[in-house]
Design a protein around this ligand. Sequence first.
Ligand SMILES: Cc1cc2nc3c(=O)[nH]c(=O)nc-3n(C[C@H](O)[C@H](O)[C@H](O)COP(=O)(O)O)c2cc1C
Length: 168
Amino acid sequence: MSTAFLIASSRPQGNTVQLANLVAEKLSRVSVFNLDDYDISVYDYEHRNRHDDFLPLIEKLVSFDHVVFVTPVYWYAMSAQLKIFFDRFSDLLTIEKNLGRKLKGLNCSVIATGSWDYPPPCFEDVFKLTFSYLGMPYQGMLYCPVDEDIDPNHSIPGISEFVARLQG
Ligand SMILES: Cc1cc2nc3c(=O)[nH]c(=O)nc-3n(C[C@H](O)[C@H](O)[C@H](O)COP(=O)(O)O)c2cc1C
């Protein structure tokens, strides 16, 4: 199984990226994409941004077996940069339908951190509903509550099961 991680955090080496790194080091075929490296603007009804980096990035992601969305919980929700990316899925339902059809069947998961013991249900609901609408099988979330820093020597509950799902 080939896996793509899509990083969407405001801290390049923050808690969420550290958690993603712990998962990535257990996988053999993983590629990492960071939204910081792409110029993707907010959804435009007139599609004047059709030549930004959204479509080329989607082209890359659909070539993997599994895409993992990596985001902290910010105000009960995914990060703003990931929400901008999700809004742009609408391009794939309008001006790029052929590319949009390639989303169908693409396995998806979420890696998240937050300061609370559990994420609010609304956090994961957005992923579940979006993936269901787009026909992308949702394989679940690895969520880690973080007080200060991720301790790489402290085992993260659920990490083995999560990795096993990514390995197919
Ligand atoms: C703007 C902002 C909003 C946050 N909102 C929440 C929240 O609603 N629930 C929560 O559990 N943690 C919240 N946190 C804490 C972060 O989710 C937590 O520190 C996370 O591990 C940060 O990951 P990062 O280092 O990748 O940014 C918030 C942090 C920030 C900076």
